[in-house]
Design a protein around this ligand. Sequence first.
Ligand code: TPP
Ligand code: MG
Length: 792
Amino acid sequence: MESTTNETLQLQQLSFEHFQQEVLQDYRIACLSREASLLGRKEVLTGKAKFGIFGDGKEVPQLAMAKFFQPGDFYSGYYRDQTFAFATGVASIKEFFAQLYADPDTAHDPHSAGRQMNSHFASEFVDANGNVLDLVNRKNLTSGMAPTAAQMPRSVGLALASKLFRHSDVLKQFTQLSNKGNEVCFATIGDASTSEGHFWETMNAAAVQQIPLAVFVWDDGYGISVPKKYQTTKGSISEALKGFQKKDGTTGIEIYKVKAWDYAGMCEVFEAGIEKIRATHTPALFHVEEVTQPQGHSTSGSHERYKTADRLQWEREWDCIKKMKEWIIENNLADEEQLSTIERETKEFVRNEKNEAWKEFELPVKEQVTEVVAALQQAAALSHNREEVEQVINELNKLREPNRRDVMSALYKGISVAGVSSAANELYKKLQKENEALFSSHLYHEGAASAMKVPEVKAEYAADASLLNGYEILNRYFDQLFSNNPKAVAFGEDLGFIGDVNQGFAGLQTKHGENRIFDTGIRELTIMGQGIGLAMRGLRPIAEIQYLDYLVYGLQPLTDDVATLQYRTAGRQSAPLIVRSRGHRLEGIWHSGSPMGMIINSLRGMYVCVPRNMVQAAGMYNTLLQSNEPGLVIECLNGYRLKEKMPSNLSSFTVPMGVPEVVRQGTDITIVSYGSILRIIDDAAQQLERFGISCEIIDVQTLLPFDVDHVILESLKKTNRIAFIDEDVPGGAAAYMFNKVMEEQGGYKYLDVAPRTITGKAHRPSYGSDGDYFSKPNVEEIMTVLQEMMRE
Ligand SMILES: Cc1ncc(C[n+]2csc(CCOP(=O)(O)OP(=O)(O)O)c2C)c(N)n1
Ligand SMILES: [Mg+2]
């Protein structure tokens, strides 16, 4: 009996010590993080860094949150979360400063290679060849973004993936991606940013779908200077969301309120709350109130301008670290002296790490300076303008904190004034190349999983190949895809039950299951976000935008998140989402759009495919699915009922990216175009044949990338006349193609007559047959312009 009591006492002692150690470790991280904020601000104010935004005042809630963030979980948050990144071990203090200095070396800032402003952390999701890592064993922090609430849409997909992994039989085999769907997505957001539609659409999508999403609101009462009363109904996001509260037998969310300075209280609530989410997949909102912001919003301003003296005083008194310290002492977990030691040690540690980060940042630039000075000294010795070159050298040497751009400017200037060809020229080229790699790599994937490296497999046709409607080709294609690829999921408005508005998925939900092919609400923004999150978790989502005109609702996450993801993480993360839509040549302001200029200019970093028919579309889906890259495929709205020959290798042939196809041979004029309008151009070309004008029609197939092998130039060399035709506005994608061929391919050298663009009108297309005829290029207009070109 006695020994059992002793053992119990020993166990209690052990667990007390363990608890005590954990609390003190948390206190240590809180102090480290605060010091990083304080020194970070100084680095900006003294000019070593350009901008800083810090997590001071939010340390303790993030420590409490991090306690329940397990390997396999996902985080999608914003710029305040440095403490969370430190607590999870995903970021170090030194990396924090490297990012603040914009250090482009991935060894120093692995999160963003100096490309992001500070406090945008990212863990590694894929290897250099695009293989998804064992995410189930990692703490997964998705790369942050600056636009407020931009982290929300993708959190829907990150959480939804757990639901699919838990319920979809075909996904059970992927144990490196999920442990039976137990992973929770932790999203964080500022109180003011909950005003964004992104927040509301996300909450609704999560509540309707019942997915394991934990949303933490850091409520510090302000969005820069604008207080809550102008941001949120009733001045409280948890009050405003009350109608979302889940009840027995309903969908909905759980809502919790906690205080940011109450370490123990938060730990208790977060532990139980997260546990429940993990078990039930019911999403939850954790409204963290009474958060402070000791240094104000960012280094760009001072909060004394908009906070009252009372508020500032309250913030000082209720500082979460101060309160945590009081709690530790009250509960006899440590005394004042022990805590002061921690504070002193952490201060010193942060200072040293900061200094190290600066040294590492400076070193390669200083080496460049040495190299440049030596090369310019050599050039000076050979030059008539020796003194001027030496002056350039002196100016460069004088800079205390030179940047790479100072080095390049000095070198360029030195070379120009020296006026001699020397080693300096070679050095300039070498450094240019180095800088190009540092600042412009990874817009697209650079490893083995690049869509550009997918081998071309031509479509094959049996002698008796059947002729099917376009939509039937796609329907068979998707059926085969879902039979062959367990990671494929497809969703969108009307895509599940009825199999999309044009029947591409007709009957496939019944066959392949509701966890793989399903309907969504009308919410393009979070349909895209859902796709992004699923793609980041290793699945292969096809997310549908019902009509191309409605892409605009979902464009923000594509342009800000998908298109920049590989670039902003230097290849650490990618979201190989396929967006499927249908567009071009129908009628009416919102059902005929072809805003390709807008699309290609906002989606650099994605592939943009414009197939002329459904067979080509299938080949493009195949190519994209063999890569780990994201793409948008725009099917021709008026092509679903046109007959096409069915290839025998439908699920394996590929259409290469960036390779145009000559769809009509000719000798007089090269016509460059894509999509539905090719049929109109072909009609014009047939009629022109009778007038003795021979047109060569080229389908570019993909706008991003564009004609990588300069097929169009070869045609132009033969015809010496060229017209670019599409349905976009003047100056849109036709102007883009014009620029590519004229400037990039050097097409201007082969022109006999002025090149032309023939485009839609500047206004949206009018409704009805006449509306279409007079709004978009028509056969007669095309013939007129081409005949004019022949007469010139
Ligand atoms: C879409 C967008 N609009 C405006 C901004 C500029 N901005 C940056 S932070 C911010 C306030 C955000 O406040 P809150 O969500 O409460 O977060 P806090 O900074 O207070 O933690 C604003 C307006 C932005 N980054 N993105
Ligand atoms: Mg705020």
